[in-house]
Design a protein. Structure first.
Length: 268
């Protein structure tokens, strides 16, 4: 659950002379101009591999481990740095996935390079690999947080049993990660995907709102309406899609969820 299996392969992206001793990351794709992945304009790095199997995932092609373009941290940062003129004073770099925490040594090295040049760093994660009872893991995670300006947490479901039904795994460790990040003083944005009939019950949203309110570093809460833009990917991969009958929420349903979550309390 904590690491991404990797198969030996040559580096597939432009590298620097330091590559031999550097951790290698498996990258799914790069986006040079992201506007919804943190503050300002972002360069977004999508890492490969995820242990969750979210029923509404719009990027199931990122699940598999051991595939993707192989980059060293320095080579990736050198590439990202070329786009700094887009960022202005508010932008920076966001690492998403897949699940970035499956490649924590690479992620930490990359963020360390970014922070050394004053680049704002954001981690977009569902928190699945977090291991609260593993001292060595916590030490490595805390090192990553030293170079992380913002954690964007996809909080899928507050109830452990419902979370398991939705993603294939329970969420106790994910909630523990949110608390730990807040205890470290790292700013948080929390996102919740609203699926009518699945993640929109009043009790669950109220409980989610109460949990969010217990995290002192939360700056923003967002409700993301369910959509089917990634359905064709499931079909292409031959994976059964179990939400074929689900429909996107109405504007009124989104506003209701925002009220139950207390979104207005977090203007950041």
């Amino acid at each position: 659950m904590g690491v991404c299996e990797r198969t030996p392969a040559p580096l597939t992206a432009p590298q620097t002379p330091e590559a031999a001793d550097a951790p290698v990351g498996l990258v799914h794709s790069l986006e040079s101009f992201g506007s919804v992945d943190g503050p300002g304009v972002r360069f977004v790095v999508f890492l490969q591999g995820c242990a969750l199997r979210c029923r509404y995932c719009h990027n199931p092609e990122t699940w598999a481990c051991g595939v993707g373009a192989r980059w060293t941290p320095q080579a990736l940062f050198d590439h990202v740095w070329r786009y700094r003129s887009y960022w202005g004073k508010k932008g920076g770099v966001t690492v998403s996935g897949g699940e970035p925490l499956l490649q924590m040594p690479f992620l930490t090295a990359f963020f360390k390079l970014a922070r050394a040049r004053g680049v704002h760093t954001a981690l977009d994660t569902a928190g699945g690999p977090f291991r609260p009872d593993d001292a060595a893991y916590l030490a490595a995670f805390d090192e990553l947080m030293r170079y992380t300006n913002l954690v964007i947490l996809d909080l899928k479901e507050i109830d452990p049993a419902k979370h398991r039904s939705l993603t294939g795994r329970s969420n106790e460790n994910i909630l523990a990660m949110a608390r730990h990040v807040a205890d470290l003083g790292v700013p948080l944005w929390v996102r919740h995907v609203l699926v009518p009939g699945l993640t929109d019950d009043e009790e669950g949203l109220r409980r989610t709102g109460a949990f969010i309110a217990s995290l002192p570093t939360v700056q923003r809460v967002e409700v993301l309406p369910y959509h089917t833009l990634g359905l064709y990917k499931w079909q292409k991969l031959g994976i059964p899609y179990t939400l074929a009958d689900a429909v996107p929420p109405t504007d009124a349903e989104v506003r209701r969820a925002e009220e139950l979550l207390g979104v207005s309390r977090y203007p950041g």
